[in-house]
Design a protein around this ligand. Sequence first.
Ligand SMILES: CC(C)(COP(=O)(O)OP(=O)(O)OC[C@H]1O[C@@H](n2cnc3c(N)ncnc32)[C@H](O)[C@@H]1OP(=O)(O)O)[C@@H](O)C(=O)NCCC(=O)NCCS
Length: 168
Amino acid sequence: MIFRESTTEDLKSLERIYPAAFPDEDLLPVVRSLLTGSVDVLSLVAEDNGKVVGHVAFTICSVDAVYVGLLAPLCVDPAQHKQGIGSALVSEGFKRLQERAIDKVLVLGDPAYYSRFGFASERTIRAPYPMPEEWADAWQSVSLGTGLEQIEGPLIVPVVWQDPSLWG
Ligand SMILES: CC(C)(COP(=O)(O)OP(=O)(O)OC[C@H]1O[C@@H](n2cnc3c(N)ncnc32)[C@H](O)[C@@H]1OP(=O)(O)O)[C@@H](O)C(=O)NCCC(=O)NCCS
């Protein structure tokens, strides 16, 4: 298994695995924008014997002029779930973000899954759009470094994420 930055040539594979992993949600428009647009993003694929089996993206956003990463989306080919690929993609992403001096990562996702990476409910950084109250615990963050810097304010996201339907 290798982990590498994605290229536009990976889109064909992602167009196969995203609908399989997310049968009720069409994330491909976002994925295409992340891979082909001018967004500052760390986009990694997991490749097994030449076949793309997973993907994660960390969009570089900001909070009060501090750069942070937004983890989304994360996807593993359903045929290869529970083999540690999702965890390895997230860990590899964290490592590469730290190399870019990014110390904070946010995610809107299931705490039951993301807590394993140290994510915990985020209360001082606001999501770009109001979310239903029952989703409050799904808005999470993790500090990759010392975590000493307290940042607060709205998360400023690039255009690709400026769509309320992606946030609720
Ligand atoms: C979530 C996902 C990326 C995990 O990929 P993976 O390669 O199977 O992950 P790992 O092997 O590292 O971890 C698997 C573990 O996570 C658990 N898990 C997966 N989704 C979970 C969830 N929503 N809540 C709690 N646990 C979850 C599995 O049950 C498994 O548990 P185990 O370690 O006790 O066996 C993959 O299931 C997927 O693509 N799901 C569909 C898309 C999705 O939900 N993406 C996340 C969007 S926020």
